[in-house]
Ligand binder design. Structure first.
Ligand code: AFP
Length: 340
């Protein structure tokens, strides 16, 4: 009998236990972050359950229609947003919330305020919902700048100032990936326990990968360096192997694969969208933060992604992120273009 393996199987490291362990390394900590995180985790569990039922829900009424009880079905992304806003406000630890779903930032009323600002996309990849492809929630956390009144400047900070970031992927399993600035850890939801269990400790992205991930349908509008990079992935002239193309069109799923298998994810600028498509605060920054924490890199085509200072809450930026060496190659191509 393998007692060591048995002990491992029965000694479950839940996400709350993990964060409490981390917290105990900081004697001055009052547990606010742990409480905030438990509310984010609750939101993710709710969305996971709603996503799992989405196909079934079609039997009793489509989103936007009325179900058999005469209640209107809320669209999953609208519902997810409401759940997260309520969970975050009720944590009593937040002061400003920026959601992909809401044009304006939410300023939490003074009696429920705390010191954290949360930027999030409650359900990213929503065009994939109806065909059951993996989708996810992405979030980043800032600390309010000083003790004064919360202001928009508190969330218009460079990504490097985030104190934590993560995502939850609703796929064949429900996976929560988190970094609070000391590496990246992955947890998988055990549906029978209703708990996220540490399954991917200290994730490190391979230094170089064999996969590139991009929407090639936009190729005719790409700039020189992006076009050259993708050409090299397919027709390398330096003796290196060709790369495989994988593209789901759901950032959480594409980034999750990149983090575990290595490679590069690109959403570049193009002639039609000079700033790319992805949003700085709740797509580019959290994923860049995780990549750097896992030993990879994230680059905008001009600079380190986490150095960007957003001017607007829904601002967009091109992004290239993934394995250290792969991002290094695209950086060299942009640097060469600048020299011209
Ligand atoms: P949707 O939420 O509209 O499905 O967009 C998803 C997304 O923001 C991100 O998750 C994907 O990486 C990216 O857009 C896919 O964009 P393209 O469809 O243009 O490739």
């Amino acid at each position: 009998m393998d007692h060591a393996a048995d002990a491992h199987r029965t000694d479950l490291m839940t996400i709350t236990r993990f964060v409490l362990n981390e917290q105990s390394k900081y004697p001055e900590s009052r547990g606010d972050f742990t409480i905030l995180l438990s509310h984010i985790v609750l939101g993710c569990k709710f969305v996971c359950s709603a996503v799992n039922k989405a196909g079934l829900a079609k039997l009793i009424g489509l989103a936007g229609e009325t179900n058999v009880q005469g209640e209107e079905q809320k669209k999953l992304d609208v519902l997810s947003n409401e759940v997260f806003i309520k969970a975050l406000v009720s944590s009593g630890r937040t002061c400003i919330l920026v959601s992909e779903e809401d044009e304006e930032a939410t300023f939490v009323e003074p009696s429920k305020r705390g010191k954290y600002c949360v930027v999030f996309d409650p359900l990213d990849g929503s065009s994939n919902i109806d065909c059951g492809v993996s989708i996810g929630t992405i979030f980043g956390i800032y600390m309010i700048k000083d003790g004064g009144e919360p202001a928009l400047e508190d969330v218009l900070q460079p990504g490097k100032n985030m104190i934590a970031a993560g995502y939850c992927m609703y796929g064949s399993s429900c996976t929560f990936v988190l970094s609070a600035g000391r590496g990246v850890n992955g947890f998988t939801l055990d549906p029978s326990l209703g708990e996220f269990i540490l399954t991917h400790p200290d994730i490190k992205i391979p230094k170089k990968g064999k996969i590139y991930s991009v929407n090639e349908g936009n190729a005719k509008n790409w700039d020189g360096p992006t076009a050259k990079y993708v050409e090299k992935c397919k027709f390398p002239k330096d003796g290196s192997s060709v790369k495989s193309l994988r593209y789901i069109g759901s950032m959480v799923a594409d980034v999750h694969r990149t983090l575990l298998y290595g490679g590069i994810f690109l959403y570049p600028a193009d002639k039609k969208s000079p700033n790319g498509k992805l949003r700085v605060l709740y797509e580019v920054f959290p994923m860049s933060y995780l990549m750097e924490q896992a030993g990879g890199q994230a680059f905008t085509g001009k600079q380190r992604a986490l150095d960007l200072v957003p001017e607007k809450i829904h601002e967009r930026s091109p992004i290239f992120l993934g394995s250290y060496d792969d991002v290094e190659e695209i950086k060299a191509l942009y640097a060469a273009e600048e020299q011209k």
